[in-house]
Structure formats: structure tokens, C-alpha cells
Design a protein around this ligand. Structure first.
Ligand SMILES: [Zn+2]
Ligand SMILES: [Zn+2]
Length: 388
């Protein structure tokens, strides 16, 4: 593997057909757009069928491929200003830190697997910010600094994240127990006014019957985030994606955006996919067993014809620091779905609690005073009655 310290990549830029400036991909146009003269340059990715690759074959091949060191310190050269700058080894494309020109490297040729398809950006940065602001506005007890953060724009970045999609034909054998609830009459001795009585209660019981069976399920495009930049939970929560619109991979889509190569290995990704499938299969088995309660005592899942695709999906992301903690947000740049970790303002929660206590306090005090008033009046009436 020739991914070593100080490796230099070749960089590509996409010059405008009119003025020669670097083009960036524009979400509104779905094409490359010149930021200087406004010329639209269409992206024409090859029209090839998108293949699902046999997983077993690929894993066997990867066994004999040397591992890539994604910790290596790499260098890229800006095609516009010529500056030489260091890049993290998992970054395929970025913007030049000196002149902000798009830089797209050929990092994929050093990797055992290269992406074959992607979904281009559809939501632009401005729309992403509006979605983010609305989300923050709807949050209860968000610190004021978060609202201020939504006003600043520098830290909102568009990035293509690597994902694996897995297909699998599963065949599962299970053993378990079906529980049906029935009621049993139970006699009980009680004492009413010192006298003994027998009463009957209906007590719920569960009758367990052994069950077993098989269940076949096909899984299509189980998506697993292959990034380590944002937590996998967050990356996976951005679903659903319109995968039916996947385009053939073309570097021009990346121009102006950051993009990453996979950092979760193909077999590790399949491990996560199997966990997800197992959860779904268990749900299906419980449904099949029926009854009021179910137990699965033994389960064997067999996978056949498993296949995968390596794709890139577009997201807008930002992170926000609050009291030394880092919070991340991500927006699906196709559908606008937003997911994020959120900070809570302790001061705001404290003030809200204080307010609730004040309101309750005033209420009780008022009730108390009213009661006092009432008993005073009663006393008064008593006195008057006594006079007669
Ligand atoms: Zn131009
Ligand atoms: Zn530059």
C-alpha cells in the first residue's frame, strides 16, 4: 500500500467553460455553477446499471488486500493557488484552507473499494440553515448561546458521508413459547365487621405452549454509516433516503463539498447490519407466535446471497460547544430531516421550575386564605345562631 506519510495526491478541479474559474456543485441547479460568471455546466455521470456486489467474494478478496493506514499524515496541493496543505487521511475532497477553492483528490485509488454511486446535494446551505433555526426555535430549554450560534454561518459544512447498503436473504429457525392469558377463580377469606366471609377473585395466569417454526425474510438496502466523523447513531437516524435516485459516482458532484472515504470496514458494517436484521426478525417471530406474550428461546439466522453497495450521501452538519461538551447536528440534504444531540440550559430549567413553584405556591396560599375566610364566616354564623 502506497499510502505513506507525506503522500501527494493528484488533485482535480473543474474549470468553467466560459471563464476558467473553479466550478462548484450547486444544489439548486443539480449542476456545476461558476461563482464568477454564473455559467451552468452540466454533470454527465456515466449511465451504468448500479450493481450490488457479492459480499462473500468481496470479503474474501479484502482478506488479501493490505490495510490502509487512515491515520497517515497526507498532503494535497491546491490546483488554484498552489498552496501545499496537510489533509486528514480519510478526506477525499475539501476546500483549500488558503483560497477556499474546491479540491478533489484521487484518494479512492489507494483504497480497496471505491464508491460507485451517490445522491447529489438537493438542499442548499441557506435552506439547511433555515431548517436548523426552526429546529432550534422549537427546542425547549435550549441555551441562548445555541440560538446565537444559529445566526453565525461559518461552521455549517456540506459533506458526503460514506455508507454501506446491505441486502440479504435470511432464513431463520426459532424455538419459543407462546403465552396465553386466562383467569382463574381464587377464593379468599376476608373479615367484614368481625365476621368471616369467603370472596372470589379472578386472577390472571399465563399458559405457556411450546412453539417452533421458520421465517424467511429478504432485506433490501440496510443502510449503515461508514463514517467516524459523526456518531453512527446520528448518521443512521437521517434515513429514509431516496436511494431509487442514486446517480453513478462522478467527482464533479463533490466539487465544493467535503467528502470522506469509509472508516468502518465492510465486515464491521455487515456486523451492524446483521444486528438490525436480527432485531427485525425477532419482531416478526413474536408476531408469528401470537398470543399475549412471547418468548424466543432459540434462534438461528442464516444469511444467503448477501450483497452490498458503497455509496455517498449528502448531509449538512454543524457542531456546537456548550460547557465543554460537543453537540452535533446533521441534516439529510435530500429530504431536510434533521437529527441532533441537544444541550439543555440548566439556568432555564431552574427558572422554569422556580416559576412553577411560585405559581403553585400562590395557588395554595390563595386556597388557604379562602378556607380561613370561610371558617371565619362559619364562626360568625355560629355566634348569631347562639343568640337565638
Ligand atoms: Zn465562469
Ligand atoms: Zn488554494
Amino acid at each position: 500500500m502506497n499510502l505513506k506519510q507525506g503522500t501527494h495526491f493528484t488533485q482535480k478541479s473543474f474549470p468553467c467553460t466560459q471563464c476558467g474559474a473553479s466550478l462548484v456543485f450547486c444544489a439548486d441547479e443539480g449542476a456545476l455553477r461558476c461563482e464568477y460568471c454564473g455559467t451552468i455546466n452540466r454533470v454527465n455521470p456515466p449511465k451504468l446499471p448500479l450493481y450490488e456486489h457479492d459480499l462473500e467474494n468481496a470479503l474474501a478478496k479484502l482478506e488479501h488486500t493490505p490495510k490502509v493506514d487512515l491515520q497517515a499524515d497526507l498532503h494535497a496541493k491546491c490546483p488554484s493557488c498552489g498552496a501545499d496543505f496537510p489533509m486528514d487521511a480519510h478526506i477525499r475532497s475539501t476546500k483549500c484552507p488558503f483560497c477556499a477553492s474546491p479540491v478533489v483528490t484521487n484518494l479512492d485509488i489507494f483504497m480497496p473499494l471505491a464508491p460507485e454511486s451517490l445522491l447529489p446535494f438537493k438542499i442548499n446551505q441557506k435552506e439547511a440553515k433555515t431548517i436548523f433555526k426552526k429546529w432550534v426555535g422549537n427546542l425547549w430549554f435550549a441555551p441562548s448561546s445555541l440560538k446565537k450560534f444559529t445566526e453565525a454561518d461559518s461552521r455549517f459544512s456540506g459533506i458526503y458521508l460514506p455508507y454501506w447498503t446491505y441486502d440479504s436473504q435470511t432464513h431463520s429457525r426459532f424455538k419459543g413459547l407462546r403465552g396465553d392469558t386466562y383467569y382463574e377463580r381464587v377464593r379468599r377469606r376476608v373479615y367484614v365487621n368481625g365476621r368471616e366471609e369467603i370472596i372470589e377473585d379472578m386472577v390472571p395466569r399465563v399458559e405457556w405452549t411450546p412453539v417452533s417454526g421458520v421465517i424467511d425474510r429478504h432485506f433490501d438496502d440496510v443502510l449503515i454509516g461508514a463514517t467516524k466523523t459523526i456518531p453512527r447513531k446520528l448518521a443512521d437516524a437521517l434515513a429514509p433516503w431516496d436511494l431509487e435516485n442514486l446517480e453513478n459516482f462522478d467527482e464533479q458532484f463533490l466539487s465544493g463539498f467535503e467528502s470522506e472515504v469509509y472508516q468502518v470496514a465492510l465486515d464491521d458494517g455487515f456486523h451492524y447490519a446483521k444486528e438490525y436484521m436480527s432485531y427485525e426478525i425477532r419482531e416478526a417471530i413474536r408476531y408469528k407466535i401470537g398470543g399475549d406474550k412471547q418468548q424466543i428461546t432459540d434462534l438461528k439466522i442464516y444469511h444467503a446471497q448477501s450483497s452490498f453497495k458503497y455509496i455517498l450521501l449528502p448531509i449538512w452538519t454543524a457542531h456546537f460547544k456548550h460547557k465543554k461538551n460537543d453537540y452535533r447536528f446533521a441534516i439529510n440534504a435530500r429530504s431536510g430531516t434533521i437529527r441532533g444531540e441537544r444541550p439543555y440550559s440548566k439556568t432555564k430549567i431552574f427558572l422554569a421550575l422556580l416559576l412553577v413553584m411560585l405559581i403553585l405556591g400562590t395557588f395554595f396560599l390563595a386556597a388557604e386564605m379562602d378556607n380561613g375566610h370561610f371558617s371565619e364566616r362559619l364562626n360568625h354564623m355560629q355566634i348569631r345562631l347562639d343568640q337565638f
